[in-house]
Write a protein that binds this ligand. Sequence first.
Ligand code: PMP
Length: 280
Amino acid sequence: EIAFYNDQFVDMNEKVVPIQERGHQFGDGIYEVIRVYHGVPFYLDAHMQRLKKSAAAIELQLPFSVAEIKELCMEGLRRSDMEEAEIYMQITRGIHSRQHHYPDQANSVFSMTVRRAKIISSQVRTEGINVLTVEDDRWKKCYIKSLNLLPNVMAKQKAITNGCQEAVYHDNGIVKEGCSSNLFIVKNGVLATYPALDGILHGITRQIVMELAKERNIKVVEKTFTLDDLKQADEAFVTSTNMEIVPLKQVDEDILPTERPISNQLIKAYQRKVLEKVTS
Ligand code: PMP
């Protein structure tokens, strides 16, 4: 496992974050998670674009250029000697005596870890997972990949306590996304997912899945739908960098059909896309 803090590679367990780091004290920062397949970061440019968008949205100056960040990713990967990895990076507004408003001088801090990828078993991908629906109690700017994840942490814990693997946010009955994933339903052969508005994270995997579907002439609509629509869907799945595509077996008390032709088609298409990217 590899770690980087500010300007150097460090030991994963080394104590490096000063007490007055604003990421530490305020969650004042942003992050990205990138999956590495066979040594190749998947959709790295898309993640870099989103990182820039998150930084701009919180008026944070990136301490490195995108080219430098990409080079640090590759250097981290070389040092890790891992083929199947997960790169986590975060940028915070740096070190300053505690006050809410921004420090005068931009002194943002980049940090990164490279760790072994958590690979979802084919059994989970075949059987599907159970999800618990919860009221969305987050702020209104969930398109920013902010370090402030307390509501997400609590929602995931509630899901796990209730024997589920993911929590699904709804806003007054309108289904939005998972607490660490986006969500799609299939009804009568049409895929639907919540629109890319400010209230959800614009997932990279979500975007890839929409493109894969369109290439296969599967109709995709970005529209709102209700908890009842989700519970009565023909198929449903969540998407994320880590989980890729994972079907839903059960939503609260409702069991979804076990025949999942479209989900399975997209899972195969995703695997082919991974192969294409690592061999190109
Ligand atoms: N929504 C939320 C709230 C998330 O935390 C994540 C994972 N970071 C996603 C969606 C999925 O995004 P991506 O496909 O880019 O990993």
